[in-house]
Write a protein that binds this ligand. Structure first.
Ligand code: CO
Length: 156
């Protein structure tokens, strides 16, 4: 009798540990950290967003040394087909608007502009994404949009 209850307790404890681990890994996958520096790239250049997440957070870090006016970055999420026009409108909007046209409905989410030593983040609802759509994120800082890009996928 005593032995059986000890076994039950062990099984119960293992169940709790598994549930806690599952919760922890789910929390981790509802955010991504992208590193930037004095080069024109995101590391990594791909993000998977699990459809099980309610919200998703993207953190952007900048570890470069160049002045902000010369080498700054942001993170702008769009549908791939909208890149050229969103980038053009963002360039006109300029630094006061983080190089994103105010109220641009094509922009799903975006961060502020970061300079050396800075970091920023944005959280957006995952329901803003649809399955089967090609999403692109890019940096809309002057001259970066043709190269500084990555892809984002909603994972069922
Ligand atoms: Co950039």
């Amino acid at each position: 009798m005593r032995r059986r209850s000890a076994v039950r307790l062990a099984v119960f404890a293992a169940g709790i540990a598994l549930a806690a681990a599952a919760q922890a890994s789910q929390a981790q996958t509802c955010e991504a950290t992208l590193a930037t520096d004095d080069t024109i790239r995101f590391i990594p250049a791909h993000i998977d967003v699990p459809a099980s997440c309610t919200e998703f957070t993207v953190k952007l870090t900048h570890t470069g040394r160049l002045p902000k006016a010369a080498m700054a970055h942001n993170w702008v999420l769009i549908r791939k087909a909208d890149l050229v026009q969103v980038a053009r409108d963002g360039a006109f909007a300029g630094p006061d608007s983080d190089y994103v046209m105010p109220g641009d409905k094509r922009v799903i989410a975006y961060t502020s502009i970061t300079g050396r030593g800075e970091s920023t983040s944005v959280t957006f609802p995952v329901k803003a994404l649809a399955a089967g759509v090609e999403y692109l994120f890019f940096c809309s800082f002057t001259g970066h949009s043709p190269v500084m890009q990555g892809t984002l996928t909603l994972k069922p």
